[in-house]
Write a protein of this length. Sequence first.
Length: 277
Amino acid sequence: MGGTVDSLAVLVGGWPVDRVSAGVTDAERALGLAGDPEWFTRIASVSKLLVGMAALVALEEGTIALDESAGPEGSTVRHLLAHASGLGFDGEEILAPPGRRRIYSNTGIEQFAEHLAARAGMSFEEYLRLGVLEPLGMRRTELRGSPAHAVWSTVTDLLFFSRELLRPTLVSLATLAEATRAQFPGLAGVLPGIGRFDPNPWGLTFEIRDGKQPHWTGRRNSPTTFGHFGGAGTFLWADPEAGLATVVLTDRDFGPWALDAWPRFSDAVLERYAPLA
């Protein structure tokens, strides 16, 4: 393990950040670590992936259905989770009819969390804890505000979550596959901080790499790679074809530096660790 830990640290060593924690895993075990895996920090929009997993648990329990009404008139749970409800980035403004455009929306995720809480008869925070965090052993992960962007966690906990994305135990393979395929395929829209794509495929909170370029993942990542990045300088991707997932947390907000560093890092991770997976 020592060699792989050291080699991962080399891959983040030149980044323009004061602090970074990173991990690479296959479906069974961590393959490499860099920095302090117990560093507890805000993961920003990577939080949405935890919302997505809570939604999948609720779906299998029968608490919700993907095509039941939720959000703006004409919108469903599926629309909210796939950023297709028409709601704007923040606030209640409706910018398009449901299913017409891929409009990335914190509000849509928040409205879904409220909908799930009402259906479950408990707070979303409690549902997330009981349905996802505790079963996966994510003891140092906390929701501290909006489910769309205010979860705090560690690389250790997010590697537990990443392994769930590679080999699910909380939900069936079929349910995870539904969440990580394009919903409302063909919709165009903006990937915040990167640019407009037509189409801009998105699953149920999981952004899908497809052929997007430029992108925050690497050129070696398969088109089926899914995950999310956060404005706090964080990201998590899972590449089912490579059998690998990667988590990175930093103390510098997302910006041009990340679009330079992250793809190169992801390509190097796949070159170095995929043969071990």
